[in-house]
Design a protein around this ligand. Structure first.
Ligand code: ADP
Ligand code: MG
Length: 685
């Protein structure tokens, strides 16, 4: 049960003043449904303003607050801007310029002759001063001068800075005081504020100590939870498996295993022989041959007359896995079944029967394979593909199946820098496939200016005419979801007009069935061109697709580009990846795209990405989706994670049951960061 002191933090944001039904969607999109989320919605940066008595004191480009008196309203003809010509206290004239609907409010806020305080960026426009869309206009000077240092928050459509600021302030006013969970010596050495103060301070100015403390909390929560999982796993009973190899001997794979595959298989074999359940991560770039390793592991289970299950993140991937495994294992006599949420009636019944009576050896599917109705005769091994899509909590739920805890092999193609491996997978044992199967052709990667779109489309035409298939990827980010979606849809329409009905589209807001059927048409070769937002990232395998175009490539993370590019180059044909770039490319942006051209080593790209994004930027280096953290950014992870890890380890050694005073505080921390599955394990023992 969640400690009571946290209840106010987990109340819904919808209960706050000023949150109508229109705000719930935008808040949800930013993950701000609860008071807690608002409190942790830390500013991306701060606008520093200077109060000036007259415009003479300010420089062009400077953020200022100044008192002005409007002298004239000027409406330009047609769609031109609306201007308020205003005067400072010594007679300098400045144009306050508004476009579109903002001019209605401006007219009301800035009546001629009424002295107002105006905040905004002062620019020079020819000979005159200008402020385009002032940030604030108010008759109340004291209020404005109190806002010289203003936080800037991440937004999504439908939310304004003012609205988010007001909601965050309400949330901050409700924060409880919580006991200290960090080791006291560390708090003193770092000069960190207590939790309550840290949150207040982090919203009111650039405050490194406060931000670090909050990040540290999150890292500590994560480390502790992963350790609790590991501890409880050690205490459980698995099924020791000593496969005699008779099924593996009957495998006739059309290739020789790589050294890395052999090493991983040997590591798994030795884990499976233990009494405690395996908890191992198989990390290997796209195409490194994880499936063959998984098959070997599953055969080890079947050799001991137990069952294995493979969990995939989507139906398509589940189907692909089932087909691949059936083909690979054809000579072994092993029975492999596919179970998805879509199977109904008789077909489903017969699979369920097969799992109960043990006539099915290996079950492949989506999370449907772990629903309550599904019972296994003796499940001894669970393989999870693309494990980052599943929380550890879900992994644990799996372990309730079967009388003994199944061994767990998680597989991921996400290349993670070494500093992050600990954070993501903490206490798991790791096997890395750091060697590619021989004979891979490098993907010919080129960076092309957006203006050459016409040439690119011609190239696609030639490509399709040869019977090959292609992907066209458009960016999609939360902050401008509908604009991005509109752009992707426009691109789809345009390509369809050019190439006809063999052009399909998939994006994140489609119904899963529609998405699946579009994907299927592409996988079967009926569609030649697939326009997609990032949903194709994970696992899709269409060897005939040998060309990929990525629009606005600079907006993607390197790791993400790498994952996307991994969709091509899967057959024997030479593949090409065209990265279209906009013209306003930063130095770092240039460097990142150049790296994509230079290397195909996912681990190297991940490390370089971290290096390029670290340093430099002040706040907000965090990119959603890259790490399991919302508060800690990459730089903080690198600096503070080792400390948090040691701190957690020490606490576990002294007080593994979290029953001391500090242990109780640590429980609160786990709930605060929703790592409470850790606590629940404690109780379960
Ligand atoms: P991953 O799941 O790691 O992205 P797959 O398991 O799908 O990679 O393997 C990619 C391709 O490489 C498959 O076509 C597979 O048959 C092939 N493959 C796997 N191992 C080897 C190997 N040792 N030698 C040659 N080809 C291999
Ligand atoms: Mg795979």
């Amino acid at each position: 049960m969640r400690p009571e002191v946290l209840n106010c933090l987990f109340a819904q944001s919808a209960g706050l003043k000023g949150v109508g039904p229109g705000l719930s969607r935008p808040l949800e999109r930013l993950g701000l449904q609860r008071i807690r989320d608002l409190a942790y919605h830390l500013p991306e940066r701060f606008v520093q303003r200077r109060a000036v008595a007259s415009l003479d004191e300010a420089a062009p480009g400077e953020q200022i607050v100044v008192a002005l008196t409007p002298r004239e309203h000027r409406q330009s003809s047609g769609r031109g801007p609306f201007r308020v010509m205003a005067e400072d206290d010594i007679g300098n004239i400045v144009a306050l310029t508004y476009f579109g609907r903002a001019s209605y409010t401006a007219k009301k806020q800035l009546p001629v002759g009424a002295r107002r305080w105006v905040a905004g960026r002062l620019d020079q426009f020819g000979q005159t001063w200008q402020i385009v869309h002032p940030d604030h206009v108010s008759a109340d000077g004291a209020a404005m001068l109190g806002q010289l240092n203003e936080p800037v928050y991440g937004l999504s459509e439908g939310l304004t800075q003012g609205r988010v600021q007001a909601l965050v302030q309400q949330a901050l006013a409700q924060l409880p005081h919580l006991p200290e969970w960090i080791e006291p010596g560390l708090v003193a050495r770092m000069d960190w504020p207590a939790w309550h103060d840290a949150l207040q301070r982090a919203h009111h100015g650039h405050d490194k100590a406060a931000r670090d403390r909050l990040a540290y909390d999150e890292l500590l929560a994560n480390s502790l939870a992963l350790m609790l999982v590991r501890e409880s796993n050690r205490a459980r009973k698995g099924t020791p498996l000593h496969g005699d190899g008779h099924l593996r001997a009957r495998l006739s794979l059309p290739f020789e295993l790589t050294g890395a595959q052999k090493r991983a298989i040997a590591e798994i074999e030795s884990d499976l022989a233990q009494g405690a359940p395996m908890l191992r991560l198989l990390q290997g770039d796209v195409g490194s041959g994880k499936t063959a390793v998984a098959l070997h592991a599953m055969l080890m289970a079947v050799e001991c007359s137990t069952q294995a299950a493979l969990l995939a993140p989507t139906e398509i991937l589940a189907r692909q896995h089932a087909e691949t495994l059936q083909r690979m294992a054809a000579g072994t006599g092993v029975t492999i079944a596919l179970l998805t949420g879509r199977d109904k009636g008789k077909a489903r019944e017969s699979i369920l029967m097969g799992l109960v009576d043990g006539s099915i050896d290996i079950c492949v599917g989506t999370h449907a394979i772990f629903q309550d109705a599904v019972t296994y005769r003796n499940l001894a091994l669970v393989v999870i593909d693309e494990q980052h899509r599943f929380g550890v909590g879900q992994r644990l739920m799996l372990s309730q199946k079967g009388r003994r805890t199944p061994h767990c092999l998680a597989m991921t193609a996400t290349p993670i820098p070494r500093t992050l491996t600990l954070a993501e997978y903490g206490e798991m044992d790791v096997s890395r496939l750091d060697e590619m199967p021989p004979g891979r052709q490098p993907i010919d990667t080129r960076v092309i200016a957006q203006e050459r779109l016409g040439d690119v489309i011609e190239a696609i035409g030639r490509h399709i005419a040869k019977g090959a298939q292609a992907y066209w990827v458009c960016p999609m980010v939360r902050e401008q979801e509908s604009a991005d979606l509109a752009a992707a849809e426009a691109r789809h329409a345009m390509l369809r007009e050019r190439f006809g009905h063999g052009v399909e589209m998939v994006h994140g807001q489609m119904r899963p069935e529609d998405k699946d059927s579009a994907m299927q048409r592409f996988a079967r070769g009926e569609a030649k061109l697939l326009v997609a937002t990032t949903v194709i990232e994970v696992g899709v395998d269409v060897p005939n697709a040998t060309l990929m175009v990525i629009e606005q490539a600079e907006r993607f993370g390197l790791a993400q580009l790498h994952q996307l590019r991994g969709r091509v180059g899967r057959g024997s044909q030479q593949s090409t990846c065209l990265l279209l770039r906009g013209d306003a490319l930063s130095e770092t942006g240039r460097e990142r795209l150049a790296l994509m051209r230079e290397t195909q080593d996912g681990f190297r790209l991940a490390e370089e990405d971290l290096r390029l994004r670290g340093g430099g930027e002040l706040l907000g280096t965090r990119q959603s989706g890259d790490t399991p953290f919302r508060v800690a950014d990459l730089d903080q992870i690198a600096r503070l994670l080792p400390l948090a890890h040691d701190d957690a380890r020490l606490l576990m050694e002294r007080d593994g049951g979290l029953s001391s005073e500090r242990g109780a505080a640590a429980r609160i921390l786990l709930y605060l960061f929703e790592r409470d599955w850790g606590v629940q394990l404690l109780r379960g023992g």
